[in-house]
Design a protein around this ligand. Structure first.
Ligand code: KIV
Ligand code: ZN
Length: 499
C-alpha cells in the first residue's frame, strides 16, 4: 500500500491574496466545487476575520462542498478563532488553522516578545480552537528561518495542546531544498509526540524552489502539502498543486500517492487562470501552453516514432483533450456546453447557457474558429451580466489625421444615459465620454491589452485598475473590438466601487 499524502489547497486563501486576483463568492464556490472534483483533501476557504467577504465565502463554500475538509485561517488571537468557528458552522468536515510567527525576526519585530511567551501563546491558541473543532492545524509562520531546536519545542507544545496538523511554512521562500528537508527530518526525529500529528509543508517560490522544497519535505516525512493551482500566491507564489501531483504520479517507485484525479488538472488550471485574470506562463510545468508542444525537428521526429522519446507525461493524464470538438458558427449549444465543461465550467442553468450561446454566436460570426481561451473570456464577461451599470452601445470615429470622437450609451439600473467626447485616441475619447456620465473622481492606474490567440480577428482581453476613494479596483473586458473591451473593463471597475 502506498503512503497517502494529503493535499491542502490554499488557492482561495494564500492564492487569492494576490492583488488583482480577488474573486467574488460565486466564483469562489465555482473553484471550490472544481477542487472537490479534483480530489483535494482540504480547501482553505479564507481568513474570516479579515473581511466580511472572506467570512461569507467560508460560509458559502462550506455549504457548497461535501467531501473535502473546509479550513479557515486565523491568527493566534481569540476573536479570530471565534470568527473562524462561526464561519465554519455549515462545514461537514471543518478545520481551524491558527498560528504565530516563530522566527527571531518575527518574535522581536512583529511581537516585541520572547520565545517562551510566543510558545505559550501558540499552545493557548490551539487549546482555544479545540473547544470549537477537533481538527486544529497550527502554523509556525517563518518556520523556514526559525531555529530548529526552538521550532521543535513549539511543535511539541502545540501537539500536546491538541494540534492535529503542524504546518511548517517557508513564508519567505528562503530555504534551500536540503535545508527544508533537514528541518522536517529534525522535527520527525526530535519531537517526542510527532506521531500524534501530521507534518505539513507550505513553501513559497521566491527563489523558484517551492516545489523542490515541498518535495524534500515529503521525502523526509511530511504527509500534507499546502499548494495552489498554477502556483499562484503572494509575490512569486506558492508550490504548484499540479507539479507535486505529477511528480508523485511519474515517480510511482516512491510509494507516495495523493487522491488527485490528474485528468482534472488542466481544466481547473484554465478555470482559475480565467476567473483570476492571471495568465499562466507558456512554459509553466504541466499546465503551460507549451508544456507538451514539441517544436524542434529532432524532437518532432522522435515523438512521431515513439512518443516516449521526449514525453514523460501523457497529455491526457492531465486532462489535455484532443480538441476533437472545435467551435465554429455552426456549433450547437451542446458543443459549447461540452467545451465549457472541458475548461472546468459547468453551466447547468439553461438561461445562462442561452445567454452564453448568444454571445458565442456573435463572436463566431466574427472569428472562423472560437478557441477555449475565447469562451473562457466570454464566460468571465458573462458574470458581469448582473452588474448595475451596463454598456449599451459605443460608437467611435478614429484614424490618422482626425481627432478621435466617441459616443457612449450606458444603462444604469434600467435608465439610459448618453454622452460624447473627443480624446487623443479612441480609448481616451470613450473613457472621457463615460466619465461625463459617471461623475466620480476616478483615475486609471493600470491598463493592459492582451491578444488571446493570434490573428487580426482575435479577441482582446483588457485588464484595468482604477483608483477611486483611496481604493484600487480591478476590471476585465474581452471583445474582438479592443476599444469596447477597454470600456467594458472600465465599467467592470466602476461596478465594483464601494460607495
Ligand atoms: O506563508 C505563510 O506563512 C502562510 C501562513 C499564514 C500559513 O501563509
Ligand atoms: Zn503562505
Amino acid at each position: 500500500m502506498d503512503d497517502r499524502l494529503f493535499v491542502f489547497d490554499t488557492t482561495l486563501r494564500d492564492g487569492e491574496q494576490v492583488p488583482g486576483c480577488q474573486l467574488n463568492t460565486v466564483e469562489k464556490i465555482q473553484v471550490a466545487k472544481a477542487l472537490e472534483q479534483l480530489g483535494v483533501d482540504v480547501i482553505e476557504a479564507g481568513f474570516p476575520i479579515s473581511s466580511p467577504g472572506d467570512f461569507n465565502s467560508v460560509i458559502e463554500i462550506s455549504k457548497a462542498v461535501t467531501w473535502p475538509t473546509i479550513c479557515a485561517l486565523t491568527r493566534a488571537v481569540e476573536k479570530d478563532i471565534d470568527c473562524a468557528a462561526e464561519a465554519l458552522q455549515y462545514a461537514k468536515h471543518k478545520r481551524i488553522h491558527t498560528g504565530i510567527g516563530t522566527s527571531d525576526l518575527h518574535i522581536k519585530y512583529k511581537f516585541n516578545s520572547t520565545q517562551d511567551e510566543i510558545l505559550e501563546r501558540a499552545a493557548a491558541a490551539v487549546r482555544y480552537a479545540k473547544q470549537y473543532v477537533e481538527d486544529v492545524e497550527f502554523y509556525a509562520e517563518d518556520a523556514g528561518r526559525t531555529d530548529n531546536e526552538y521550532l521543535a519545542r513549539v511543535v511539541e507544545a502545540v501537539i500536546k495542546a491538541g494540534a492535529t496538523v503542524i504546518n511548517i511554512p517557508d513564508t519567505t521562500g528562503y530555504c534551500l531544498p536540503e535545508e527544508y528537508g533537514a528541518k522536517i527530518k529534525y522535527l520527525m526525529e526530535h519531537v517526542s509526540n510527532v506521531d500524534k500529528a501530521i507534518i505539513s509543508t507550505h513553501c513559497h517560490n521566491d527563489l523558484g524552489m517551492a516545489t523542490a522544497n515541498t518535495f524534500q519535505g515529503v521525502l523526509n516525512g511530511a504527509r500534507q502539502v499546502e499548494v495552489t493551482v498554477n502556483g499562484i500566491g503572494e509575490r512569486a507564489g506558492n508550490t504548484s498543486l499540479e507539479e507535486i501531483a505529477m511528480i508523485l504520479k511519474c515517480h510511482k517507485g516512491l510509494g507516495i500517492d495523493t487522491n488527485i484525479n490528474t485528468e482534472k488538472i488542466c481544466p481547473i488550471s484554465r478555470l482559475v487562470s480565467s476567473l483570476m485574470n492571471m495568465p499562466v506562463q507558456p512554459n509553466k510545468a504541466i499546465v503551460g501552453r507549451n508544456a507538451f508542444a514539441h517544436s524542434s525537428g529532432i524532437h518532432q521526429d522522435g515523438v512521431l516514432k515513439n512518443v516516449q522519446t521526449y514525453e514523460i507525461i501523457n497529455p491526457k493524464d492531465v486532462g489535455l483533450d484532443d480538441n476533437s470538438i472545435v467551435l465554429t458558427a455552426r456549433s450547437g449549444r451542446a458543443a459549447l456546453k461540452y467545451r465549457l465543461h472541458v475548461n472546468g465550467i459547468e453551466v447547468d442553468d439553461e438561461s445562462k447557457l442561452d445567454n452564453l450561446y448568444k454571445k458565442f454566436l456573435e463572436l463566431a460570426d466574427k472569428k472562423k474558429e472560437v478557441s477555449d481561451a475565447d469562451i473562457l473570456a466570454l464566460a468571465g464577461a458573462n458574470s458581469a451580466e448582473t452588474n448595475n451599470i451596463k454598456l449599451d452601445y459605443l460608437q467611435v470615429t478614429t484614424g490618422k489625421g482626425v481627432k478621435s470622437v466617441a459616443s457612449i450609451g450606458l444603462n444604469i439600473s434600467g435608465q439610459h444615459f448618453e454622452e460624447a467626447s473627443s480624446g487623443n485616441g479612441p480609448v481616451d475619447a470613450a473613457i472621457k465620454a463615460l466619465k461625463r456620465i459617471i461623475r466620480k473622481e476616478m483615475t486609471l492606474k493600470e491598463f493592459t491589452i492582451q491578444a488571446i490567440d493570434k490573428g487580426s480577428d482575435d479577441v482582446g482581453k483588457v485588464h484595468m485598475q482604477v483608483e477611486y476613494n483611496g481604493h484600487i479596483y480591478y476590471g476585465f473586458g474581452a471583445n474582438t473590438d479592443i476599444v469596447t473591451a477597454s470600456v467594458e473593463a472600465y465599467v467592470d471597475c466602476i461596478n465594483k466601487f464601494r460607495v
